[in-house]
Design a protein around this ligand. Structure first.
Ligand code: ADP
Ligand code: ZN
Ligand code: ZN
Length: 834
């Protein structure tokens, strides 16, 4: 048996699979998707088996055998291996990068030097005393290594610290040989566990048998009579207030058994989830549910775009659809944006499906995430809820994939592999015959477009058309909140320089009186809080990036958000020496300060990157808010999504147009989505809600439409704009970004690749393909970490092998990439154009 293996050689990534012999002993274990250690040059590296064959076209004598098999249950399925190939073709990345993205970080390989005894090795043949000295330790060392097959070199040297020279000699003589082992960064957690005897009746008799002074041992036996099940040693010790000696004594007598047992790090172990049962659906929900149910039962790939207003009960529809899927003995994946994977969300899924749910998100520790993931591999769960990468859950019978808030840009991974979870989900659904549900109150224009006539006509299994489902009202006829647009220019004219309009001020005050709650969104990113000299106009910029530095009050420092460069806050201008330094823009910290000035005693929770880095902090803040121990929740994007609190009756968006001014063709769409999402937090239950949107461009259609909850109106206007400018969804984009320390080389390279692209394009244009090459131009952020950045953009329409085209064009840069360290990054269907 021979295996083709994609190897992980970071210095020399390659898409080629290498051939290895499957040793007889591994035959039953190695399958497509197995993770193995294989010899590669002088080392052993990690790899993934992507094919198995009975024969080989190569000379079998020259092939090396697989050295290690790393897991008993392969971490990947044949379907995922195939998917990795698809990702590598579609998004232009190495196959190994795609494969690595599918497994948890804990399985990223680490390499260790081990030694083993070579029974036939040794220069003198046999294992006589190699130093020819009376060294009794030689046999001891060899036996120690033999017993464990291989031992880490460091461990061996530590254990036989006095015999380092001997170990060295044994290695030089070939009695011991070095082997490189692939190890996981993280392993299963184990704990010593006490097992009572098979027949617990004996315990009483043994207790009698013990001498009186063995009081502690008696205590243990007594406990085990009452609780005759295995218990963690540490737990037993703390319950009985005894030391391990007592238990060990019993183990020596053979009365109890002490054994290392794997334990799972369950991040939700300490929590109980109140079970919920399905709610009777509203007629709108029922209609949607019936469609999804039909699809799940049909066993065919079908994709639904569920456009349901905030609070229309999408989650309940998801839950019942998943139930249908589980009833069929199939599995379900639910994707949510990272920041909306709140305890509340988890509770709703755990409450309905209990321990059949695994949860994957980045706030778990490496170990916890690994253990959650292993529940999937071992088929202990059939539902997984997680952020983007959970789309790779190694299930084998997927019936349903749900992507909530499908418009979120975080579903696109920004580093290689630059995949979009939506497209990966659709690809997986095609293999599994599964249904895909894309849910949103504000579907992306890309998805909306695919419910249209043109998409239906050009549908392929790779790019199927979407079926549109809608839910237009909130459950129980609750009204959508009333939205007021506040023109901040008027406020300024009337002498109000505060960041709060008078209307919003009054509204907050009113909520404080009525003991209702407020959510305030400040959707400014860091760069809005720049530092400027009011005398000469100097702005503090990062010396390594083309970006202004951001002021952080807590550390009294100014920082670069791209490279982490930091310096102390300015007290005087470096250019003119003036002391009139001003920190511009309103970061969340400044809003918090102003709130406590305006409303003495107000209890504010601030949620932003600074206050939520600590593990569990996110949940802590939300729990405090939920328990109404705070009046106001202030934060960035992370307060806009997924929160469902009955006492929130007021929502304020402080700077609605800050996203609108970004140099990105999706700026209007993002603004509309964000305002709609945050407005959706208000009045979700009995109490009606009210929203204030503060803006300097109140006439902009994205703000007007959001204030009227008019998705349809916004979508049609925006579609028209996109069509006029040949932007997605009408055209598709590929962004090629080059970066290098020298501008000259960069410009030359940019021009070379653009010229080649244009040459290839003109051939295709002649054949009737719509394709346009733009650039090279400096990227919107023209320098990061001392490297300049240039970009080319391809706009095209229709189905074509765009990846193949880009690959051909980029090939002209091969030499510069190899010799001059030019970086080329290709982004297919980019979400961010910076
Ligand atoms: P969405 O995800 O569309 O924003 P949710 O699923 O969060 O909406 O539903 C909003 C609220 O309505 C939740 O508190 C939910 O429990 C409740 N709800 C959903 N469906 C029903 C129903 N059929 N009957 C009663 N309440 C419902
Ligand atoms: Zn920087
Ligand atoms: Zn100055």
């Amino acid at each position: 048996m021979y295996a083709k293996v994609i190897v992980d050689v970071p210095a020399k990534p390659t898409n080629r699979a290498f051939d290895y012999v499957v040793p007889e002993a591994m035959k039953d274990l190695v399958t497509v998707g197995s993770r193995v250690g294989v010899p590669f040059g002088p080392r052993t590296v990690q790899g993934f088996v992507v094919e198995l064959h009975e024969g080989t076209e190569l000379d079998p004598a020259k092939l090396k055998p697989i050295a290690q098999i790393l897991d008993l249950i392969p971490p990947l399925t044949p379907e995922l291996v195939k998917l990795a190939r698809w990702i590598s073709r579609t998004y232009l990345c190495h196959e190994i990068t795609a494969l690595q993205a599918m497994i948890p970080g804990a399985l990223k390989a680490k390499y260790e030097r081990h030694v083993k005894v070579d029974e036939h090795g040794g220069r003198r043949g046999g294992h006589e005393n190699v130093l020819m000295l009376p060294v009794p330790n030689q046999e001891e060392i060899l036996n120690y290594v033999r017993k464990q097959e291989t031992v880490r070199l460091e461990t061996l040297l530590e254990k036989f610290a006095g015999d380092t020279l001997l170990v060295k000699q044994l290695l030089e003589d070939g009695v011991l040989t070095e082997v490189h082992m692939v190890k996981d960064r993280m392993s299963a957690k184990k704990a010593l566990t006490v097992f009572p005897p098979e027949n617990p009746e004996q315990l009483a008799a043994w207790q009698e048998e013990l001498p009186a002074r063995a009081a502690k041992q008696k205590l243990v036996l007594e406990y085990l009579q009452k609780h005759p099940e295995p218990i963690k040693l540490t737990e037993l010790l703390s319950r009985l207030h005894i030391t391990a000696a007592a238990v060990k004594g019993l183990a020596e007598r053979g009365w109890v058994r002490l054994e290392e047992v794997e334990v799972q790090r369950d991040p939700y172990a300490s929590r109980t989830f109140r079970p919920t049962s399905p709610l009777p659906l509203t007629p709108e929900q029922q209609k949607v549910f019936d469609c999804i149910k039909d699809a799940v039962l049909s066993g065919e790939q079908r994709v639904f775009l569920l456009n349901g207003v905030t609070g229309s009960g999408k989650t309940e529809v998801y839950l019942q659809s998943i139930q249908t899927c589980l009833d069929q003995g199939r599995e379900a994946i639910v994707l949510v944006p990272e920041i909306s994977l709140t305890p509340q969300m988890v509770e709703r899924f755990k409450g309905r499906f209990g321990n059949r749910v695994a949860v994957l998100h980045s706030r778990l520790s490496h170990g916890e995430r690994y253990d959650e993931w292993r529940k999937i591999v071992r088929r202990e769960v059939s539902v997984v809820i997680g952020a983007r990468s959970a789309v790779f859950a190694p299930f084998t019978k997927i019936g349903l994939i749900i992507i909530d808030e499908e418009h979120e840009s975080t579903y696109k991974q920004e580093e290689s592999p630059k995949y979009h979870a939506r497209d990966v989900a659709i690809a997986r659904a095609s293999e599994h015959g599964a249904a895909v549900v894309l849910g949103s109150a504000t579907p992306s224009l890309e998805s909306m477009y695919r419910t249209g006539r043109e998409a239906v006509l050009s549908a392929t299994p790779d790019r199927p058309a979407f079926e549109l489902l809608t839910m237009t009202s909130r459950v129980e006829g609750r009204p959508l909140p009333r939205v007021h647009i506040v023109d901040m220019r008027e406020e300024l004219k009337n002498g109000n320089r505060s960041m709060f309009s008078r209307a919003l001020y009054k509204a907050i005050e009113e909520r404080l009186h009525k003991k209702e709650q407020t959510v305030l969104l400040l959707n400014r990113r860091g760069y809005a809080t720049f530092v400027m000299c009011r005398t000469c106009g100097y702005v503090a910029n990062c010396p390594h990036c083309d970006i202004s530095l951001t002021y952080h009050q807590s550390s009294r420092a100014i920082r670069c958000h791209y490279c982490g460069y930091a310096e102390r806050e300015l007290t005087a201008c470096p250019d003119c020496g003036s002391e009139h330094i001003r920190h511009f823009g309103t970061g969340t910290q400044r809003v918090e300060e102003e709130l406590s000035k305006l409303f003495p005693g107000i209890r504010v929770i601030r949620m932003d990157v600074d206050t939520t880095t600590e593990k569990g902090s996110h949940e802590k803040w939300l729990t405090i808010f939920k328990n109404r121990q705070a009046d106001l929740l202030l934060g960035t994007q992370m307060v806009a999504k997924g929160l469902d609190f009955p006492h929130v009756t007021l929502v304020g968006a402080l700077a609605a147009d800050s996203v609108l001014n970004l140099p990105d063709f999706r700026a209007a769409e993002r603004t509309f989505q964000l305002l709609t999402q945050v407005a959706g937090r208000a009045g979700r239950h009995e109490l009606p809600g009210e929203v204030f949107v503060q803006t300097y461009t109140p006439e902009h259609y994205s703000i007007l439409s959001a204030s009227k909850h008019d998705y349809q109106g916004f979508m049609l206007k925006e579609m028209l704009m996109r069509k006029q400018h040949n932007y997605p969804p009408f055209h598709r984009l590929v962004l090629i970004t080059l970066s290098h320390e020298q501008v000259q080389l960069l410009i030359r390279s940019g021009e070379a690749v653009a010229a080649r692209l244009k040459e290839l394009a003109s051939q295709m244009q002649a054949e009737g393909t719509e394709l346009e090459v733009l650039g090279p131009v400096a990227s919107p952020i023209s320098r990061i970490k001392d490297r300049y950045r240039f970009q080319c953009m391809i706009k095209y329409r229709g189905e074509m092998d765009i990846a193949g085209l880009v690959q051909q064009a980029v090939a002209v840069l091969d030499d510069a990439v190899k010799q001059r360290k030019l970086t080329v990054s290709v982004d297919v269907d980019p979400q961010i154009l910076m």
